[in-house]
Design a protein around this ligand. Structure first.
Ligand code: NAP
Length: 468
């Protein structure tokens, strides 16, 4: 762990394993309440220095961190692959994106501003001037998931530091390594000791101590809906943003360009074995093109290379644990016994599951209505766009969705009616660039990320009014 700029160990080591075959790749240490308290105290002590820095000083630290991360991209890509089993080509992309997230954050540090309020629009405002300034909140607890251990942490740490907050980062227990490495990069970049602390240990043991701590002013959480709801219920008046899961859907109209759409659906369903919060899980295809679409989808899926995540040729590797792979196997079996047709894939070897395409999947089974977080996609036929929109909306989640069509009227009708945080036209819902506003509705969460939007959540507007 890194607390107050110092490495910290406890008497309880926690090995970190490569999910693909269980090889031990690192050892970290389990925090208890004393380490939580020490990390929050260090962050609180560093806050006055961070708050007093100029925008340019904070921006420069983030630019240097961006640069150092790029210089060490290979070491970080290896660390991400080792801790979460992500194929190395995808891990390299994650590192580039994380560096970009830091650069966007450094730019937002420059732009952080308030507004001038037109006071004399009210009769009682005559002779008054007013403006808002945006103030940092203080200590922010950043709790992150296993699936993008580096970039999703940077989506919290970058904007928090840009705005002058300090951070206690708690990465997922399965993937703590890249977060600890980043604390080293920030220290080299000139961040004051204590402004970024990293504590490791099971969220179920130390999460409440972090959420309840009186000096923690905000919790920014990315992870499952179950844990997110718990945090929300415990946090009282603290600021909370929640980036949770989904069962994302895409609509394929009969005029869709399948040459473009099918490869995007294959990539969008199976990247990182479907362990992506916006993974394509449900595809609704117009009945007229259903068979053609399915043939191409199966062909594209069978071309994916399954293998060791360190192998450059690998497209599909393991899930985060064998238990998760068994759960996916179980959910697939439930769907098949309810009448779904398994058209390809689904076999499991240890923690790895072959990418699976299913058709005619009942809306009530778990691979339809829950978040699958595994390498599977269901394809169902529809007869009218209205029916497809209703089926997309018949979900407890609402992160992103999409449509493929050449008809703009249909595209915008769907964009208006589908209830999600982001809607893609002629793109899969798994699409994200890091500067865009990103977040969900319903069980997918509250608040938005993307450095500009996260900074709004991580600052408080203060009104200053002057009577001339
Ligand atoms: P998770 O089990 O909810 O864990 C997320 C984080 O919460 C981990 O650091 C975990 O620590 C911690 N945690 C667990 N119990 C806690 C508690 N009681 N109090 C405080 N923290 C606690 O999620 P995951 O399996 O790592 O990640 C997968 C989920 O993340 C999926 O649902 C996915 O959709 C979602 N996700 C959402 C987005 C988005 O931007 N919307 C992006 C990526 C992932 P431990 O690891 O120590 O348990």
């Amino acid at each position: 762990m890194i607390i107050g700029g110092q490495p910290v160990k406890t008497a309880a080591p926690m090995p970190v394993a490569l999910p693909y075959d269980g090889e031990t790749v690192a050892t970290v240490f389990r925090a208890g309440k004393p380490e939580v308290d020490a990390a929050v105290s260090a962050a609180a002590a560093a806050f006055p220095a961070m708050r007093a820095m100029t925008r340019e000083e904070r921006s420069a630290i983030l630019r240097r961190a961006h640069q150092l991360l790029l210089e060490r991209r290979d070491a970080f890509a290896s660390a991400v692959t080792n801790e979460c089993g992500k194929p190395i080509r995808e891990a390299r992309v994650e590192v580039e994106r994380a560096a970009g997230t830091l650069l966007f954050s450094s730019e937002e540090a420059h732009r952080l501003t308030g507004e001038v309020i037109p006071m004399d629009a009210s009769p009682a405002g005559k002779g008054r001037w007013a403006m808002t300034i945006r103030e940092p909140l203080g200590v922010i607890a950043a709790i992150t998931p296993f699936n993008f251990p580096l970039n999703l942490a940077m989506h919290k740490i970058g904007p928090a530091l840009a705005a002058g907050n300090t951070v206690v980062h708690k990465p997922a227990s399965t993937t703590p390594v890249s977060g600890i490495m980043m604390a080293g990069i920030f220290a080299e970049s000139g961040l004051p000791p204590g402004a970024l602390n990293v504590i490791t240990g099971p969220g179920g043991d130390i999460g409440d101590a972090l959420v309840f701590h009186p000096d923690v002013k905000m919790i920014t959480f990315t992870g499952s809906a179950e844990v997110g709801l718990r945090i929300r219920n415990l946090a009282g008046l603290k600021r909370v943003t929640l980036e949770l899961g989904s069962n994302s859907a895409v609509i394929m109209e009969d005029d869709a360009n399948l040459e473009e759409a099918v490869p995007r659906c294959v990539a969008g369903s199976f990247a990182h074995s479907g362990q992506v919060c916006i993974s394509v899980q449900r595809i609704y295809v117009h009945r007229k093109i259903r068979d053609r679409f399915l043939d191409q989808m199966i062909e594209g899926t069978r071309k994916l290379t399954i293998g060791h995540p360190r192998d450059n040729a690998t497209d599909i590797s393991s899930l985060i644990t064998e238990a998760e792979a068994e759960r996916v196997e179980d959910w697939l079996a439930e769907a098949v016994s309810a009448g779904a047709r398994l058209l390809t894939g689904g076999a499991r070897k240890r923690a790895t599951v072959e990418p699976a395409v299913l058709a005619d999947v009942p809306d009530t089974v778990r691979i339809s209505c829950r978040e699958a977080f595994g390498p599977l996609v269901s394809v169902n036929a529809y007869d009218s766009l209205e029916e497809a929109i209703d089926r997309v909306n018949a979900s407890d989640y609402g992160l992103q969705a999409g449509i493929y069509t050449r008809d703009l009227e249909k595209a915008f009708r769907a964009a208006e009616r589908v209830h999600v945080g982001g809607f893609m036209i002629n793109e899969v819902p798994q699409y994200r660039v890091d500067q865009m506003p990103y977040g969900g509705v319903k069980l997918s969460g509250t608040g938005r990320e993307g450095p500009r939007y996260a900074i709004e959540e991580m600052t408080e507007p203060k009104l200053i009014c002057w009577k001339a």
